[in-house]
Design a protein around this ligand. Structure first.
Ligand code: HEC
Ligand code: HEC
Length: 221
């Protein structure tokens, strides 16, 4: 399949430019420490008012959506909380919570959310032609505009690869769009080698709406 070879090639390239090793692809949900998951379940209570106790988050059209955390890689989640602490990611509602947990508690909570396989919530209905455009961007890209397929880094089904490339499938469309806009504006700047910043700047607002809507319809695991 053409996109699988593009995927392999791009992963090779990304690993070369970011210095990532195969070790970063080895962290699987099955390797999570069950005791940490259990402690994290209790500690996640303060996060659940937004992210929900089952990690499903919430799509908030026109507002700041709460990301789905269920099933995301635990090391990825830890890195993002540090990014809010350091200000390379900005969010008025999330930043006050980034400092509440110490490093041990954060590892527990991240392990808990990573261990969940809550089914995604049904996204809002979208015109089929919009979904078709989104699917094309996600799986084939648009080489005439140097837009690499999302799946070349985020995995063949966009379900994530290791701790470097988060799953996008089943994520809330409002949240995906919010992140692409944050990279365009420069309020999210924590990604290795500005990989996402470069891609986001090549997308127009129709592309963002379409690719976010399609990814949200996909199974998370
Ligand atoms: C008041 C609501 C609220 C609470 C409570 C909250 N968050 Fe968040 N969180 C958000 C929002 C909103 C975002 C997305 C911000 C953005 O657009 O970048 C976010 C983003 C995140 C992300 C990034 C997810 C990703 O896919 O990159 C992580 C990880 C996270 N929160 C963890 C936590 C943890 C752990 C707690 C509890 C200590 C917590 N949050 C409490 C609102 C909240
Ligand atoms: C060259 C590799 C690459 C490609 C291609 C790529 N991404 Fe990413 N993306 C990344 C990396 C790396 C991250 C994690 C950044 C970080 O560590 O904060 C990321 C993160 C994201 C996030 C944040 C997810 C979250 O949970 O916060 C979104 C949304 C996203 N990408 C959307 C897309 C879309 C849509 C496409 C296709 C149009 C795409 N990406 C293509 C490398 C890529």
């Amino acid at each position: 399949m053409a996109y699988v070879s593009i995927f392999r090639r791009t992963i090779g390239w990304v690993m070369a430019v970011t210095g990532l090793s195969l070790a970063s692809f080895a962290s699987l949900a099955s390797e999570l420490d069950p005791a940490a998951v259990q402690r994290g379940q209790a500690a996640a209570a303060i996060c659940s008012s937004c992210h929900q106790q089952d990690g499903s988050g919430m799509n908030i059209p026109g507002g700041e959506s709460w990301p789905r955390l269920a099933g995301l890689n635990s090391d990825y989640l830890i890195r993002q909380v540090h990014a809010f602490k350091e200000g390379t990611r900005q969010s008025a509602s999330m930043m006050p919570f980034a400092n509440i947990l110490n490093d041990d508690q954060l590892r527990d909570v991240a392990s808990y959310y990573a261990s969940l396989n809550t089914p995604p919530k049904t996204p809002p209905a979208v015109d089929p032609t919009v979904l078709e455009h989104g699917k094309k961007l996600a799986l084939e890209g648009d080489w005439s505009r140097y837009i690499v397929p999302c799946s070349s880094c985020h995995g063949p089904s966009n379900q994530g690869v290791g701790s470097a490339f988060p799953g996008l499938a089943g994520q809330h469309p409002g949240y995906i769009a919010q992140q692409l806009e944050a990279w365009q504006k420069g309020t999210r700047s924590n990604d290795p080698q500005n990989l996402m910043g470069a891609i986001a700047k090549r997308l127009n607002s129709d592309d963002i709406a379409a690719v976010s809507a399609w990814l949200a319809t996909q199974p998370a695991q």
